[in-house]
Design a protein around this ligand. Sequence first.
Ligand code: NAP
Ligand code: GFB
Length: 325
Amino acid sequence: MTHEKVILVTGGSGLVGKAIEWVIENDKGKYGKGEGEKWVFLTSKDGDLRSIEATRAIFEKYKPTQVIHLAALVGGLFKNIKYKLDFLRDNLLINDNVLHTAHEHKVEKVVSCLSTCIFPDKTTYPIDETMIHNGPPHESNFGYAYAKRLIDSQNKAYNDQFGDNFTSVIPTNVFGPHDNYDLQDSHVIPGLIHKCYLAKKNGTPFVVAGTGKPLRQFIYSRDLAKLFIWVLREYKEIDPIILSVGEKDEVCIKDVADAIVKAVGFEGEYSFDTSKSDGQYKKTASNAKLMKYLPDFQFTPFEVAVKESTDWFIQNYGNARTGNP
Ligand code: NAP
Ligand code: GFB
């Protein structure tokens, strides 16, 4: 049977890629695998996308008709602060190779992934899609932020000069199964799930970095996955779209830690290390554009998603990305 559509997912072995794979395989409704669709989920073992030769070889092998481009050097606040040049250069190389090879292969559509941390640090709130290029991003992650902003410029340039249908989405902080739980490099939710799990196991204190005051909007990876599939199939704009829960669902880091303490069942000592950076105080994003398209989209309640993510980590501790040797 010839496959009408071959959907190539770069970064398919990561947090977001695994969530898309889970939805495609398990959703019995409108988000599940479609008729005549062949999905290919790449890992870096298929080829280092910083190399144009490796990128071309992958496209030659799979001949994709559509691409969801997730592959990137990704990390939490503390990793971003340490490796700004790597975040800038690795992501510039990966993005240019994937988009140009997609252009060479006349791929029908590419959906790339930005992040709400790329928006200007000094801005009015809520942030919306029109504000991407309105000023410098936060100091802590300018390497990652500028590389990601350029995807929007690349999409517009390919469309303007060649008519390519390359677009992008802008998720807020994502969490869920298959996350990166490395204690230094991870994002806050997987980092605190790992720390709290170890504190309970070893009877040691649970310490949260910073003041606990910063505000964030978090989207569950399996909700984001459904929205990615909708964007691939239905969204017709080149302009990006923010994929996020509403502003009213913004929580502070202390709320996050409380939810994780409850999910792990931790009863020990719990404190804040205010010598550690808080990073950006907030990056409150509007999901009005998304709600215009999908007014009835159901997001998983935060505490339910934290519990499912924590249970997944505890059940898969042995094979999870914990950073342990
Ligand atoms: P992740 O869990 O760290 O996964 C990264 C993926 O990229 C993995 O599949 C990895 O392959 C692949 N990759 C990394 N470097 C590569 C290279 N040089 N060549 C080929 N593949 C490479 O990341 P994620 O959290 O799923 O992020 C997916 C996308 O969402 C990224 O574009 C990220 O910027 C964006 N995003 C994430 C968040 C968040 O909170 N996590 C928020 C907003 C946007 P291996 O598994 O083989 O290493
Ligand atoms: O998730 P996170 O690393 O990224 O941190 P950002 C969020 C907040 O959680 C910060 C606090 O205020 C941290 O001080 N925090 C408390 C912790 N305990 C911990 C912990 O154990 N680990 C971590 N990591 N944080 C990132 C950007 O910013 O957002 C990335 O740097 C990316 O480029 C990502 O875009 C989505 O939300 O601060």
